[in-house]
Design a protein around this ligand. Structure first.
Ligand SMILES: Nc1ncnc2c1ncn2[C@@H]1O[C@H](COP(=O)(O)OP(=O)(O)OP(=O)(O)O)[C@@H](O)[C@H]1O
Length: 260
């Protein structure tokens, strides 16, 4: 579903030098996977995630998503291709003066909607997406009236509105407490299972990897230093891999409830 080949990204430094944030990364993520990018602060995780939908343009390398090489597309084609890639952020990035429903409708309206029929279709899709994340009753609430977990769910509903095949998550639980984090991870798992959406999640929280992801890449100094099968960690080489193995697989709260 996602393939990065020889991708590099550097940023200009104020002193005129360059900072290599991502150095020659090649990575594949299978369709339907939940894939974690884990590493210390500054390792290059967010930059790598943003290279997947070309929010950051690579200096070198190819990015292919759902069979389309994004790095070879014109601006207009890229805009269209991006509709199959949803994204959520640490700080939710909701429009504060729009209701939950209007936030979810926003990307749909943006992509050219005119007549009444389109309007009705959008309303239906907004309701579907809010229901998917358990917020059908919050359509008219404004972000300020919602908890952090609820805001992140609205962001997920918005990201899902255009039927993406891939959902990119940049530290989606860092602003949430432990219990809300568990609930949000359960929602992400549910979306992955029900819709088959491929999820890539950046986190520095190791329990997020062990409770949600099937595969993960340890990112160190802009490189993939280890690939991990989270269900079967074996004896990892990297310090982070070893910490993950020590933690072991953590069943999600929801899973525990299901199996109780
Ligand atoms: N737009 C930018 N301009 C200059 N430097 C940047 C830019 N974006 C990121 N960097 C630098 O690139 C490096 C990697 O940053 P990135 O945000 O990808 O790391 P990260 O692993 O996600 O860390 P964190 O969890 O702290 O966000 C850091 O040194 C960061 O300061």
């Amino acid at each position: 579903m996602i393939e990065l080949a020889g991708v590099r990204k550097s940023f200009a430094l104020p002193d005129g030098g360059r900072l290599d944030a991502v150095r020659d990364v090649s990575l594949k993520v299978r369709a339907g996977d939940i894939f974690g990018l884990v590493g210390r602060s500054g390792a290059g995780k967010s930059t790598l995630l943003r290279l997947i939908n070309l929010l950051e343009q690579p200096d070198e390398g190819r990015v292919t998503v759902a069979g389309q090489e994004l790095t070879a597309l014109s601006k207009a084609s890229l805009r269209k291709a991006r509709q199959s890639i949803g994204m959520i952020f640490q700080q939710f990035n909701l429009l504060q003066n729009a209701t939950a429903a209007d936030n979810v409708a926003f990307p749909l309206r943006l992509h050219g909607v005119q007549g009444q029929r389109d309007k009705a279709r959008i309303e239906q899709r907004v309701q579907e997406c809010l229901a998917l994340v358990g917020l059908a009753d919050k359509a008219r609430s404004y972000p300020a009236q919602l908890s952090g977990g609820q805001k992140q769910r609205v962001a997920i509903a918005r990201a899902l509105a255009s039927h993406p095949q891939v959902l990119l998550c940049d530290e989606p639980t860092s602003a949430l407490d432990a219990e809300t984090t568990d609930e949000l991870l359960a929602t992400l798992r549910d979306i992955n299972v029900r819709l088959g959406v491929t999820i890539v999640i950046v986190t520095h929280e190791l329990p997020v990897i062990t409770s949600l992801c099937r595969h993960a890449a340890v990112i160190e100094d802009g490189r993939v230093s280890e690939l991990l099968d989270v269900q079967n960690l074996g004896q990892p080489r990297t310090r982070i891999g070893q910490e993950l193995a020590r933690l072991g697989r953590q069943p999600l709260v929801e899973e525990e409830r299901l199996h109780a």
